[in-house]
Design a protein around this ligand. Structure first.
Ligand code: 4AD
Ligand code: MG
Length: 432
């Protein structure tokens, strides 16, 4: 019996007989020879079957195989310089496991709505697999980065009794007769965790009931949120910058084939992995960029997606924008001495992608925080436990949130965030 191996490792087996289990991507050929494009989940390989190499019954079966039929193949691995993976298989045996007729996604072009409706099948396509493999790599890099820096992973709850990022984007649900919300951010819990562990992070799903049909907004997305005690805004920026650099260099190192397959321009990513420091500008300077670009933008307003695109297009690297007006930011952000701006930062990805990170230093003075809560009409009673963090040994601390899907979208160079997850949730998409 030849060894059962996967396509990813095939080029270590040149000259050997192997067995593969997988699915048919495509079959074409003549009465003399058939070319089977075969996939097993780890990659794609061409299987060449001559009429005299396999039995007449097997040859007939092969000719009639529909796309996505499941099959087992045995054969010899031979070099083929033209193949993406450098080898192909000369078949000696083909076994049908289960038939597939009229597979709905043919190699021809389909509309996005149709493909999104068929997401459970679309995942089998090479491009979708490449993107999701890059997502996997990014998630792994994120964990490695914080683990190596001695952050403790603390999982934040998903059911929460109150808001973190403003009431307008809460999904509410009945919690045994009480109102509960799906978490918008684990931050407040990470602030508690960093007072216990020094450095903590959570990495999980978060929810926003934002009816925004843009290329950047999901209603459910994954966010990594580190939080560290005794860290200031400067330390926070360095931590986030290091994370982005690590993610990009890891993907360049381990997923070059996937990046090439999805036709990502590697140059901007390579430049970024090498860059010494990301540019930093204040909110006020960002407003100036908009004004210079002919935008009618007033100091004090929040940037929309289109504004971010203009600002980040000024730079070849991710740009850190800090010091936003306090009036448009949540209660927990630390006020600057001018009492008008806060010690926050957003990181805008280049190539028009816009915000991928939001964070900053937190208010650590109880009275100032109380004033901010009163201004924003938040009920102190709902936040008693959070106020305890400032009552008992409060220290300066900071953190941020990086949206996984926004990062994947930028690193893969995608036109829309919907392809960055296996089963994305958008305002107009709850299925499959
Ligand atoms: O800027 P945001 O709202 O910040 C927070 O939630 C903070 N509590 C994080 C913290 O400091 N611990 O969201 C952080 C990031 C954004 O920069 C973006 O990458 C992503 O989360 N994000 C979204 N991604 C996809 N779809 C949406 N609707 C998103 N909203 C935010
Ligand atoms: Mg933000």
């Amino acid at each position: 019996m030849p060894e059962n191996i996967c396509i990813r490792n095939l080029n270590n087996f040149t000259g050997k007989s192997v067995a593969l289990s997988g699915w048919v991507w495509n079959v074409r050929g003549s009465g003399k020879v058939q070319f089977l494009q075969f996939r097993d989940g780890t990659g794609f390989v061409q299987v060449v079957a001559g009429a005299s190499d396999i039995s007449p019954e097997e040859f007939e079966t092969l000719r009639r195989l529909g796309q996505e039929s499941s099959v087992k193949v045995e054969g010899k691995v031979v070099e083929n310089a033209k193949a993406l993976i450098g080898v192909e298989i000369i078949a000696s045996k083909i076994e049908l496991v289960s038939d597939s007729k009229n597979y709905p996604i043919s190699p021809k072009e389909h509309g996005t709505d149709f493909l999104m409706d068929s997401r459970h099948l679309w995942l089998r396509s090479p491009r979708q697999q490449a993107i999701l493999r890059i997502r996997h790599r990014i998630a792994k890099s994120i964990r490695n980065y914080f683990d190596e820096l001695d952050f403790t992973l603390i999982d934040a709850p998903i059911f929460t009794p109150n808001e973190c990022e403003g009431s307008s984007t809460l999904f509410s649900t009945d919690y045994f007769g009480e109102n509960a919300y799906l978490s918008q951010s684990g931050q407040l819990y990470m602030e508690a965790a960093c007072m216990a562990f020094g450095k903590a992070y959570c990495f999980g799903p978060t929810f926003r009931a934002e009816n925004s049909n843009t290329r950047r907004h999901l209603t459910e997305f994954w966010m990594v949120e580190p939080e560290a005690a005794y860290m200031d805004l400067e330390g926070d920026m360095e931590l986030a910058e290091g994370l982005i650099r690590k993610i990009v260099s890891d993907v360049l190192e381990t997923n070059k084939n996937e990046l090439i397959l999805i036709e990502r321009n590697l140059k901007p990513l390579q430049a970024m992995a090498k860059a010494e420091k990301f540019p930093r500008i204040t909110y006020t300077q960002a407003v100036q960029i908009l004004t210079d670009a002919g935008e009618n933008f007033e100091w004090g307003n929040d940037f929309g997606g289109a504004h971010e695109t203009i600002i980040c297009s000024h730079f070849n690297l991710p740009v850190i924008v800090h010091g936003y007006p306090a009036s448009i930011k949540p209660f927990y952000m630390k006020l600057e001495a001018d009492l008008k701006t806060v010690k926050n930062m957003d990181i805008l990805a280049p190539e028009g992608y816009g915000e991928i990170v939001g964070g900053g230093e937190r208010e650590s003075d109880l009275e100032k925080l109380r004033n901010r809560m009163a201004e924003q009409k938040l009920n102190e009673k709902d936040y008693e436990w959070y106020l305890d963090l400032l009552r008992y040994g409060s220290v300066p601390h900071a953190g941020f949130g990086l949206g996984l899907e926004r990062a994947v979208s930028w690193i893969c160079g995608l036109p829309h965030v919907r392809e960055t997850g296996a089963f994305p949730r958008l305002p107009k998409r709850l299925r499959p």
